[in-house]
Design a protein around this ligand. Structure first.
Ligand code: KIV
Length: 270
C-alpha cells in the first residue's frame, strides 16, 4: 500500500534531488494571490516572494525600504493561493544583522505566512546567520553576486566576477555558504564562466539570474518575464509577453467606451 504524502508541495529534498539528476530548477517571483496561483499552476518549482516587491509593487527605488511586515503580508497571500511550488520569502534589509535577530525574524515569517524557506542576501558575514537558521530547522537560500540590499556599498548594479579577485571571492563565498547549510544559492549577475565553475563545484543547486544558462536553475522577476513594467526589463530577462501593453489597451478601450456612452446618454437626455 502506498503511503499518502503529507503534502503535495515540493520540498527542499525534491529540489536537492532535481539537482542530483541534473533537472533544471525553474524559480520565479510572485507577490500576490492571483499571480502566484497562475504561476503555481504553470509548473514552476519554486516561488520566491522577493524583496523586489519594493521596486515592482510598492514603487520604491531600491529594496531597502521593504519591511518584514510587507514581506509577511505578501508571502501569506502567495501561500494561501498555491499548493505545488516550494515557497521562499526574502528576508528584507535590516532583518539579518546578526544570527539571533535573523532567527527571530525568520521564525515570524514561517509562523505567519506558510512559506517553507527564506532567502538571505550576503556573502561571508551571512554564514553564521545561515548556520543558525538551518540548525534551528529553517531552510535557507543564500544569495551572492549583485546584492540589491547592498547597492550603496557596491556602488550600483553591475556584473560581478569579472576580475580574478572578485571571481575567487564569489567562489569562496559560495563554498562557505554551502558549508553553513544553505540548500540553494542565487547567483545574481555573475559572469557566466564563474557561475558555471561555482555550479560545478557545489553539491547544492545554483539558481542564476543574469548569470548565463549554466546554473542548476534560473530565477526571474515575474514582471520582467511578462513585460509588466513601466521601465525596460534587464537585458537578460527576455520578456515573453507585453502585459503592460495589454493593460494600457484594455484601459484605453474602457475609458473610450465609458466616455462615449456618457456623451450618448447626455445627448439622448437633451
Ligand atoms: O528580490 C528578488 O526578486 C530577488 C531575485 C531577483 C533573485 O532576490
Amino acid at each position: 500500500m502506498s503511503v499518502p504524502s503529507a503534502t503535495k508541495r515540493l520540498t527542499i529534498r525534491d529540489i536537492g534531488r532535481m539537482r542530483q539528476r541534473a533537472e533544471p530548477i525553474a524559480m520565479l517571483t510572485a507577490y500576490d494571490s492571483v499571480t502566484a496561483s497562475l504561476v503555481d499552476k504553470s509548473g514552476i518549482d519554486i516561488i520566491l516572494v522577493g524583496d523586489s516587491l519594493g521596486n515592482v509593487v510598492l514603487g520604491y527605488d531600491t529594496t531597502l525600504k521593504v519591511s518584514l511586515d510587507d514581506m509577511i503580508r505578501h508571502s501569506a497571500a502567495v501561500a494561501r493561493s498555491t499548493e505545488h511550488a516550494l515557497l521562499v520569502c526574502d528576508m528584507p534589509f535590516g532583518t539579518t544583522t546578526d544570527p539571533e535577530t535573523a532567527l527571530r525574524s525568520a521564525v515570524e515569517v514561517l509562523q505567519q505566512t506558510g512559506v517553507q524557506a527564506v532567502k538571505i542576501e550576503g556573502g561571508l558575514p551571512m554564514a553564521p546567520v545561515v548556520r543558525r537558521l538551518t540548525e534551528y530547522g529553517i531552510p535557507v537560500v543564500a544569495h551572492i553576486g549583485l546584492m540589491p540590499q547592498s547597492v550603496h556599498q557596491l556602488g550600483g548594479y553591475y556584473t560581478h566576477g569579472k576580475a580574478a579577485e572578485s571571481a575567487e571571492r564569489l567562489t569562496h563565498e559560495a563554498r562557505v555558504l554551502e558549508a553553513a547549510g544553505a540548500f540553494a544559492i542565487v547567483l545574481e549577475c555573475v559572469v557566466p564562466e564563474v557561475a558555471n565553475a561555482i555550479t560545478a563545484e557545489l553539491t547544492i543547486p545554483t539558481i542564476g539570474i543574469g548569470s548565463g544558462a549554466g546554473c542548476a536553475g534560473q530565477v526571474l522577476v515575474i514582471n520582467d518575464l511578462i513585460g509588466l513594467n513601466t521601465r525596460p526589463a534587464p537585458s537578460f530577462a527576455r520578456p515573453r509577453a507585453d502585459a503592460a501593453g495589454l493593460v494600457r489597451a484594455a484601459v484605453a478601450d474602457y475609458v473610450a467606451e465609458t466616455k462615449g456612452s456618457a456623451l450618448q446618454t447626455k445627448a439622448g437626455a437633451a
